[in-house]
Design a protein around this ligand. Structure first.
Ligand code: 5GP
Length: 183
């Protein structure tokens, strides 16, 4: 059974981590997948809780053995992936499962598990982004164009998701998420 899998994605810096932490704190029945990563731990990060910190060779092994539901190189640097077996076995118990992953990963899960549900977390400023970028006059026209292009790419990605939640105020974001997941 995979109907209870919800993927939460969105651009860098939108606050996915905070939203997922609060969701888990308020709804302990929710299970959040722990990703494998080749990134070294940051101070305070706990093995098996925040990530499974693995070597490049171990990550290669996970990929080649089909152990990952999806994986991606994020920000052009480190690899991150979702251990497939853990997700399947927890979903089978009927617990709601959350994957907090990047856009590339979300697209792969869409292919692998079309029955999963997809939430795009959007920053509140998008609607006013263009006006702000042009209006403040601190960027060259080229820089404005580049930023708008990035924003447009991200907006296009939002269309691929089942719902978009604008992360303006944390309480409101959580309420919408809880209602979408059906908790
Ligand atoms: P950080 O290094 O700041 O913990 O995470 C960087 C990015 O990696 C975040 O955007 C996060 O969503 C993404 N990420 C974390 N785990 C996974 C994963 O298993 N798969 C994919 N595709 N992205 C992930």
């Amino acid at each position: 059974m995979t109907a209870g899998i919800t993927v939460i994605s969105g651009p860098a810096g939108v606050g996915k981590g905070t939203v997922v932490r609060r969701l888990r704190a308020e709804h302990p029945q929710v299970w959040v997948s722990v990703s494998a990563t080749t990134r070294p731990p940051r101070p305070g990060e706990v093995e098996g809780e925040h990530y499974l910190f693995v070597s490049e060779a171990d990550f290669d092994g996970l990929v080649s053995s089909g152990g990952l539901l999806e994986w991606a190189t994020v920000h052009g640097k480190h690899r991150y992936g979702t251990p497939a077996e853990a997700v399947r076995s927890v979903a089978d118990t009927g617990r709601p499962v959350i994957l907090e992953i990047d856009l590339q990963g979300a697209r792969q899960v869409r292919q692998a598990l079309p029955e999963a549900r997809f939430v795009f977390l959007a920053p509140p400023a998008w609607s006013t982004l263009e006006g702000r970028l042009r209006g403040r006059g601190t960027e060259t026209p080229e820089q404005v164009a580049l930023r708008l292009e990035t924003a447009r790419t991200e907006l296009d990605a939002a269309d691929e998701f089942d719902t978009t939640i604008v992360n303006d105020e944390l309480g409101a974001t959580l309420a919408q998420l809880v209602s979408f997941i059906g908790l």
